[in-house]
Design a binder for this molecule. Sequence first.
Ligand SMILES: C[S@@+](CC[C@H](N)C(=O)[O-])C[C@H]1O[C@@H](n2cnc3c(N)ncnc32)[C@H](O)[C@@H]1O
Length: 213
Amino acid sequence: MQRLILKSKNHRAMKQREALFRRFGYDSAASLKFVIAKALPLPGHVLEIGTGKGRFLAAMAKHADRITTLDVDAKQQRAAKLHVHQTRAGRRIRFVAHDAEHLPWPDAGFDTLASMNTFHHLERPMRVFEEMLRVLKPGGKLVLCDFSPRGFQIFDRIHRFEGGTHPRLKHGLAGFGRTLRRPGWKTRRFKGCNQEILVATAPPAPTKKKNHT
Ligand SMILES: C[S@@+](CC[C@H](N)C(=O)[O-])C[C@H]1O[C@@H](n2cnc3c(N)ncnc32)[C@H](O)[C@@H]1O
């Protein structure tokens, strides 16, 4: 009963927040739909960086078999749990509260790495990006998404309206795309619905030479 009340309180709070975003020109549902369409498929075990309130997580859960989601803030993850349970997607999701600068997994353990609207909140985004690459399997997929310049303008206005400020991601996603200009990487970039997306595929593992003796 208590959980049901918490779930509907959380749902109401998220809907109110989304209504405010819409007034300023950001449509959360349309942005998620756009990002998911560019991100699909989401193969294998997906690791999400930056759970937040779980909007991207709930959208991915409709398409992914298994997701682990990481956020440094356990309070955000409690809200995200309520949100994904509301959407009945919770069973295949594991929540981990940890700093993304030091991912608590060995190298090459995940098939897909994904993150939405989180990188502008990171103190050292390149450090986190390198960690994401470290835990990605050869041949794995990377989906990195953040606001477009227009999206950042909208969130600047929302936060100013609320008496605060909103961080920006210096140079957008361009720097991360440049980092992947390495042999074997395939990258694509998309822009739409106030979002920028980088979708990349890592080179496959080198095949072992057969020893003919
Ligand atoms: C705007 S929210 C992410 C939104 C979320 N992806 C969604 O779709 O609802 C950004 C999140 O990044 C998390 N974060 C910031 N720095 C972090 C770090 N070093 N490691 C892990 N999470 C971090 C914050 O706690 C916050 O929950």
